[in-house]
Design a binder for this molecule. Structure first.
Ligand SMILES: NC(=O)c1ccc[n+]([C@@H]2O[C@H](COP(=O)([O-])OP(=O)(O)OC[C@H]3O[C@@H](n4cnc5c(N)ncnc54)[C@H](OP(=O)(O)O)[C@@H]3O)[C@@H](O)[C@H]2O)c1
Length: 241
């Protein structure tokens, strides 16, 4: 049975992702803040282990103990949309978490490649290809970098995987999933995956339901052909109109 660690599991997308992984009979470990509703729930599910801790404060040893036998790490972390969440510490919540997890995976040095799936945004370009968004979009993104720390965090987290882990790491492979404007739907609907945005994420954003993001992220872990198609890339996901 596959085992995965989900961070950001108490969030709007993370919760849906955990449900979908459990439905696929994957063993799931989540690390959630004590204050989160998921931490306070008495939800008993044999394949779900809820660790109450703040990922930023966890010691390397504690986090390593939960990563040791994982096949994949899925990250739906994001800054809460409050003044404290957007402008407070930790400013690099997602980047620091991805770096911390990657460094631990390197030291565990298991005899297998561990998959990291990072939920990101179409507002972040894939500079590996490289993508060249129009000037209007680049100007707004430059401004967002100055005024919105979470945007910088999203870019840096993806950069860590692109540039530090890279394409030929001995024990880590990754996919960075980029939804467009997030929406909430009850059920998975048809969606399309593209290597790069097909719409302008600032001036002509499309829609991506969180449940479709969760479906794609869980399928990446389950379906090795899908994984091979997108590993080392930054696929963009849109609901199909
Ligand atoms: N909004 C959009 O349209 C959009 C579009 C594309 C991409 N995105 C990206 O998608 C990602 C997830 O979106 P979402 O709507 O599912 O997010 P969300 O519901 O806000 O969930 C955020 C998750 O991060 C956790 N978190 C926040 N601050 C934390 C901290 N300081 N320490 C530890 N955990 C913390 C939350 O835990 P608690 O429950 O404890 O607060 C929660 O589990 C974000 O990175 C966002 O940038 C958003």
């Amino acid at each position: 049975m596959k085992k995965v660690l989900v961070v950001g599991a108490s969030g709007a997308t993370g919760k849906l992702l955990v449900q979908q992984l459990l439905q696929q009979e994957i063993k799931v470990v989540t690390i959630v803040r004590v204050s989160s509703t998921l931490s306070q729930t008495n939800y008993v599910q044999p394949n779900l282990d809820i660790i109450s801790a703040n990922i930023s404060d966890m010691t390397t040893k504690h986090l390593a103990s939960h990563l040791e036998d994982c096949d994949a790490v899925l990250c739906c972390l994001g800054h809460n949309l409050t003044l404290k969440g957007i402008f407070g510490e930790p400013k690099l919540l997602v980047t620091d978490t991805i770096e911390k997890i990657s460094r631990i995976l390197e030291t565990i040095n298991a005899d297998k490649k561990v998959k990291i799936v990072l939920m990101n945004t179409t507002g972040n370009s894939n500079r590996d290809i490289p993508e060249k968004p129009p000037l209007s979009q680049r100007s707004v993104i430059s401004l967002l970098r100055l005024i919105l720390p979470p945007h910088v965090d999203n870019e840096k987290a993806a950069d860590y995987l692109r540039l530090h882990v890279g394409q030929t790491h001995k024990c880590i492979e990754w996919v960075i999933v980029r939804p467009d404007g997030l929406t909430d739907e009850e059920n998975v609907t048809q969606y399309k995956i593209y290597p790069s945005p097909i719409r302008n994420p600032i001036f002509d954003a499309g829609q991506t339901s969180r449940i479709n993001v969760a479906d794609f992220m869980s399928n990446l872990v389950i379906n090795s052909e899908l994984w091979d198609t997108w590993k080392g890339k930054m696929p963009v996901i849109y609901n199909q109109a």
